[in-house]
Design a binder for this molecule. Structure first.
Ligand code: PMP
Length: 392
């Protein structure tokens, strides 16, 4: 039996038609498969490989940590230097109120922890989220996913969850003194890069403050330079009460985090003690890798180059089949008239050596969310292949 057959038979499947590329190596912005094809990676593992695949500084940090220790104790008991140093680095680059980092294994777990924290801190139960948002696949995170198709089969889910229209001023009235938290993506990713107006996001911040509701911003995709600033919320001059991170946070290793004020976070230490625990959350190798990735991102100046690369993509992606391009940094949804058209183009791109895909709530759009280190030459080659696919 070949690898593909074994994959389909023994690895739990979630799609009737997985891409099933057998990747044997990944470097910078290129993936290599088992039959010798090379792919320009336009999705970076879905906004993970912001400093590219296997950044040398990330590899060195992993190797150094392997020499010291792997897992030694459940979260929060031992002083593990990679965790401490990474929490210090993250908080040094965040507003002063966001000074306490809880590390998890994944984005969804960060969402779970933050929802629990909001209930505990406010003594309220209502959670507000938005239509067409994605926050993860565990039952709590699934409860707030903004689409009934994905929720329905798994009911009962969390009670007291309300979904509002993202961007609607009117909807903000639903946030009241009964609301524990509002969870919003700073920019809605799976809706196909839906950017809120500054006025709306400011009004959302104000309404949360007015009602004593925690504003939780999910930057699991938007963080780490994706939008052209280190954090997405910096574009809007607001500060969330809790920030959710994941994906690029681990430099290619599994890591998530929710970040809040220490006073708030301390709610997990009593009534009950151990209010949120995890065995592997903040694994030392993942923290070492993530910290090296973040340092590389900052020191090598990749974020400053995002805007120019975005403009290059936008200037090249012109074709009568492309109906619209929504973009916010190196994060783009290239819209076609239907899912059928975008699927054909995406399939053709992959066959021609450009890896891309679609969006959960915008299936007529092609995803561009490459490593931020993508070279101009690669952008030109990738756009050339996309345009050729449009012609076919
Ligand atoms: N929030 C957003 C915005 C995401 O895109 C994702 C993952 N696609 C998650 C949360 C969940 O992260 P994870 O898959 O690591 O659980």
């Amino acid at each position: 039996m070949n690898q593909r057959e074994l994959f389909l038979r023994h690895v739990g499947q979630t799609s009737p038609a997985p891409l099933a590329l057998e990747i044997v190596k990944a470097d910078c912005c290129t993936l290599y498969d088992a039959v010798g094809m090379e792919y320009i990676d336009l999705i970076g593992g879905i906004s993970v490989a912001n400093v590219g695949h296997r950044h040398p500084k990330v590899i060195t940090a992993i190797q150094q940590q392997l020499e010291a220790y792997l897992h030694v104790m459940v979260y929060g008991e031992f002083i593990e230097s990679p965790q401490v140093q990474y929490a210090q680095l993250l908080t040094a680059h965040l507003p002063a109120s966001l000074n306490s980092v809880y590390f998890t294994n994944s984005g969804a777990e960060a969402v779970e922890g933050a929802m629990k924290l909001a209930k505990r801190v406010t003594n309220r139960t209502r959670i507000i989220a938005f239509k067409n948002s994605y926050h993860g696949s565990t039952q709590g995170a699934l409860s707030i996913i903004g689409d009934e198709y994905w929720r329905n089969a798994f009911r009962p889910l969390l009670p007291d969850v309300l979904h509002l229209d993202y961007g609607s001023f009117d909807a903000l009235k639903e946030i009241t003194e009964q609301t524990a938290c509002v969870i919003a993506e700073t920019v809605q990713a799976e809706a196909g890069i839906k950017v809120p107006s500054s006025e709306w996001i400011l009004a959302l911040r104000d309404r949360c403050t007015e009602t004593g509701t925690l504003l939780i911003l999910d930057e699991i995709q938007a963080g780490f330079g994706r939008t052209g600033k280190l954090w997405g919320f910096e574009h809007f001059n607001i500060v969330p009460d809790v920030l959710l991170l994941g994906k690029a946070l681990g430099g290619g290793m599994p890591l998530g985090a929710f970040i809040a004020n220490k006073k708030m976070m301390d709610a997990f230490t009593e009534n009950p003690v151990l209010g949120h625990i995890t065995t592997f959350g903040g694994h030392p190798v993942c923290c070492a890798a993530g910290m090296a990735g973040m340092k590389a991102l900052l020191e090598e100046g990749w974020i400053e180059k995002v805007k120019a690369k975005e403009q290059l993509f936008l200037s090249l992606l012109k074709h009568k089949k492309i109906k619209a391009v929504r973009s916010f940094g190196l994060w783009m949804a290239v819209g076609f008239d239907s899912f059928e058209t975008s699927k054909k183009i995406i399939d053709q791109c992959i066959q021609s050596g450009v890896l891309t895909d679609w969006f959960l709530f915008a299936p007529n759009c092609l995803r561009i969310s490459p490593p931020l280190i993508i070279a101009e030459e690669q952008i030109k080659m990738a756009c050339d292949i996309i345009l050729k696919a449009c012609n076919d």
